[in-house]
Write a protein that binds this ligand. Sequence first.
Ligand SMILES: [Zn+2]
Length: 329
Amino acid sequence: MATCASSPFDHAKADVILRSADGVEFRVFMLFLSLASPFFETLFGLPQAPDGAADQEMKDGLAVIAVSEDSKTLDSFLRFCYPSTLAEDPSLDNLTDVLSVLAVARKYSLDLIERKVCQALANPKVLGTEPFRCFAIARNARLKHETITAARQTLRQPLIPAWFVEIDLITASDLLALLTYHKNCGIAVQALMKDLKWITDHYGTQNSCNWLFGATYNRYGSRENCGCGLGTDTRFSLWSSAPVVWWAIYMQEVFELLVDQPSSDTVRTAADKTIENVRSRACATCSGQVKANMAEFSDLLGLKVEEAVAPVRALLYHGLILIILNRLS
Ligand SMILES: [Zn+2]
């Protein structure tokens, strides 16, 4: 027994019925589908069998066309075909739906829908939380721009991802290209730690970033250091002076994390942790001003990280193009 689809695909004045693979009947208007897809325009333009003809299933006087898609995919797909005043575009928050709708869009030659599905794949919310899944889907669907955008987002996560269901959509070569890209970005970022000129250039003078040294001026006007203490790791010395210990620890930790997750996100998350720690120290010099100073500093470092990985993106682009070309030849 067939069930009827929900609104707006239950319209009494619809002129054709599409039946999904799982037996749900969608009452739709041929005009909307014909306008959206040349495939449907051709299909509906074919001479219809006369009513009651043996080879054309009819219901309530309407032709019933069986399609191979399931009702969930068909629902998403038809919502894209309908004018937005009658049906909102489906959310496609679920990435598995993205792939199935994309497959239908291609099958029925719906360029517009393909573009809309690509937009769903480029949704920052989805990309930010599920970049590996987005990468696999975009790569599988041969969406060049979306593949590269997703690859870029995987830098926010550890080099070796946890298993995800879409991993089988890509080849070992694709995964190798992605991991190589990720690793090269991690290496590119390390150059920032070897030369801290970007910090001294940004602040100009030691006096304009006293907070980095826990420096304060006592009531006699002479400069002294707070009780937090100074870092002993000379890699983080600035203007040949040792910085405050908690900042040196931040730098050491953030660069270790950046090897695995070379992204400005990593910088900001680690800065938030440091701000919390320093506030709990109740240092008269550092605790009150750490938030503003570390926010500025992590913006600076975040920007430098993005700049360091940007040229690597070009290599990935090139690498993937080569892979695509190899497949085509
Ligand atoms: Zn302090």
